[in-house]
Write a protein that binds this ligand. Structure first.
Ligand SMILES: [Zn+2]
Length: 420
């Protein structure tokens, strides 16, 4: 859809009452340009003109404004065949606006600073010993890390803080409503993080956006990873539990509060093991990390990546118990993928977290079970692939969630920070 041309920049010449309409057109046009630069990277002015439907002089004015705001630079020219001048290339300027990203999962707590355009400018990961994490402890640590990162980047306009949590998060209220693998229920995370940051002396109020980790993995892979050119994908990430995020028709599938696609808790085996959610036979009890380790007879002191490597090593040495554990886990995984493909008809199923490592060794078993479950017409359209973003997927997704604030309302952001 073509956008409206930018209003004439002569506010005094307008009739009373039209200033607001002009500024909303300007905001919308800036927003459209920012989104293209953020998602596509460096883009020539000629291409921006084509993509937005705006005319050349309007694009020239908007680019000048983005340069003034510190959000873009022009660097080099695109030489096109035929007559006409070479078109300047507009590049997003990462430090022109940043987002702070947080990943809060059972095994790790990670934070990052991501710039406009998607670049990770700094990142830090704390790998924790596997145990339940008290909300107080986690919130204090997250606040400390966010506070330190904000201080290091205090001159950059901040879109906000995006937080990826391994649990059911309510996007409307900013609470972690139910996170069985963290052992959390009804934790008002946004509110408590805000309070902790204030207590620590962070002078500004940081907007905090919260979402389920797999939903953010899906967003990251769709925008910057394996699903860049794909409108329909399912992201499946394994840690202790199984998280699933769905992008359908280019849009995240969230449900009323953000709980949608909790496929880790779909019923897959009525006779299966009991789950942290209170039910029995959920997908994660049959195809998750604990199921694999239990079947392989791995000692309970070993968890996470170390334990997975132990299973794979034993199977490679010909251990029949480890091999059978991989076969059975792969079978439940494949059945679950079949269900998801029948439900969502994606082009891609992207495997992250634990399954990034397990996909190849389990692929034969996964494929067989998947083939038995998926409807052939849906199966023919889909490819199962591993995540391109790997360990960074959740942080990238969290940053993308927060940078939406910049893309949706660039003027609100740049007007509330002191110019430096
Ligand atoms: Zn469950």
């Amino acid at each position: 859809m073509a956008l409206e041309p930018q209003a004439d920049p002569l506010p005094n010449a307008r009739a009373p009452g039209t200033a607001h309409a002009g500024s909303s057109v300007r905001q919308r046009n800036l927003s459209a340009l920012l989104r293209i630069l953020h998602v596509n990277g460096p883009t020539s002015r000629a291409r921006l003109t084509k993509l937005t439907g705006l005319n050349r002089s309007t694009i020239g004015g908007l680019v000048a404004e983005l340069r003034e705001l510190g959000l873009a630079v022009e660097n080099g020219h695109e030489v096109t065949p035929g007559p006409g001048r070479p078109s300047p290339i507009v590049e997003p300027r990462p430090e022109g606006a940043i987002a702070l990203a947080v990943e809060l999962t059972v095994d790790s707590l990670a934070t990052a600073v991501n710039g406009f355009g998607g670049e990770i400018l700094a990142a830090r990961r704390l790998v924790r010993p596997r145990r339940s994490v008290e909300p107080d402890e986690a919130i204090e640590e997250v606040a400390r890390q966010i506070g330190a990162m904000r201080r290091s980047w205090e001159r950059a306009p901040l879109a906000g803080v995006g937080v990826a949590v391994a649990g059911l998060t309510n996007r409307l209220t900013g609470t972690v409503d139910f996170a069985p693998n963290l052992g959390w229920r009804d934790v008002p995370l946004s509110q408590r993080l805000t309070q902790s940051l204030t207590d620590m002396g962070v002078p500004e109020q940081l907007p905090i956006d919260l979402a389920n980790e797999a939903d953010l993995g899906a967003l990251a892979e769709a925008r910057r990873g394996a699903g860049r050119d794909v409108d329909d994908l399912v992201y499946v990430s394994g840690e202790v539990g199984i998280g699933v995020g769905v992008v359908a028709g280019g849009q995240p599938l969230l449900g009323a509060a953000g709980y949608a696609a909790e496929a880790g808790h779909m019923l897959i085996n009525p006779d299966g093991a009991s789950c942290g959610c209170g039910a029995r036979g959920c997908w994660e009890t049959e195809a998750g990390e604990r199921a694999l380790l239990r079947r392989a007879g791995i000692e309970p002191s070993l968890v996470g990546g170390e334990a997975i490597e132990a299973v794979l090593a034993r199977a490679a040495d010909g251990d029949p118990v480890a091999t059978a554990a991989m076969e059975e886990t792969g079978r439940w995984l494949g059945l679950g993928f079949g269900n998801l493909v029948n439900l969502f008809n994606p082009r891609l199923v992207v495997l992250g977290g634990l399954y990034h490592r397990l996909f190849e060794p389990l692929q034969t078993y996964i494929d067989e079970a998947f083939g038995s479950r998926a409807l052939p017409v849906s199966a023919d359209m889909v490819e199962l692939v591993v995540s391109e973003l790997g360990d960074e997927a959740l942080l990238i997704g969290a940053a993308e969630l927060s940078l939406e604030r910049l893309l949706d309302g660039p003027l609100a952001l740049v007007n509330r920070v002191p110019t430096t």
